[in-house]
Design a protein around this ligand. Sequence first.
Ligand SMILES: *Cc1c(COP(=O)(O)O)cnc(C)c1O
Length: 335
Amino acid sequence: MDEIRKDLVKVVHGDPTKYTAVIFTGSGTIIQDVCITSLVPKNKKICIVNNGAYSARMAEIADSYHISCVNLEFPTTGLPDLDVVRETLEKDRDIAVVATVHHETGTGVLNPIREIGKIAHDNGCILIVDTISTYALLPINIEEENIDFLMSSAQKGLGGMTGVSWLVGNIEKIEKSKDYPKRSYYCNLYMQYDFFERVGEMHFTPPVQTIYALRQAIKEYWEEGEQARWERITKCWEAIHKGIEEIGLESVIDKGIQGHLVVTIKAPEDRKFDFLKLHDYCYERGFTIYPGKMFGLKTFRLCNLGQITYKDIEDFFVVAKEAFREMGYTIPIKQ
Ligand SMILES: *Cc1c(COP(=O)(O)O)cnc(C)c1O
């Protein structure tokens, strides 16, 4: 576990004298829970820069623990308005923590972390970022991105098994959190950190098999390499855009602000379109696609996280085109 903790810092180019990794047992949401409940000082507030389902989840966590939360909601189809973020922090001096999501997996929007971090730091706040769907996929340098705490989970970019999640955080700021309110027992950051430092183990029973799988996933990450993985993922994403264009579909999110990992697609408006039919046709032929995660808009998602190449995406589109024909469309479909 000691090796794994060091590697988890190395993946995001953290200086090991300044940053450390702390591991918890659970799916990704547990590490959101850890960060939100452990890093807000007494009588201080957290501000969530919220443009999607996963930042909304952090606001819900804050509410659940009665942590005073300024929930800055922005449209889920675009980037947050940084002037609003700056004004909010300048006006409300009780805000001590800013939290946001790097890549909103529900839409595919990639947020400007570095700029948000700069605004947070200029106003004496720390920045917590949910990098759960970008960690080990998109190159991240924790310090250059102005991040104090980032999070991830074994089953996402690293391709391990569900059941372990971690944060990589600034050691000085973890030490400082020692005196913050303990709002959760199992999810307290300082307690887990302190136990790791003193005993070299997790405070409670570790998910041993999942940890071994994580170790293997990290090994495979080093073997492929940061840049090669990013290029493979990007080629997959470009193949998705090519495929949807050929079918005659459009993405909801501007291509320039996408994270290269998820494409949200506008579903055809007519009655012939049936997501379940499309899903099942593809699923029976070895491909899984996702329903949309946006309120009020008929969408579906194509995701390219995982051990796949652009060839797999091309194979997928052969099947997807058949599925559209089965629904009664000619390709390219006309809307
Ligand atoms: C997957 C994911 C999570 C965590 O979800 P779990 O189902 O708890 O693993 C959190 N944030 C983002 C951005 C994610 O993609």
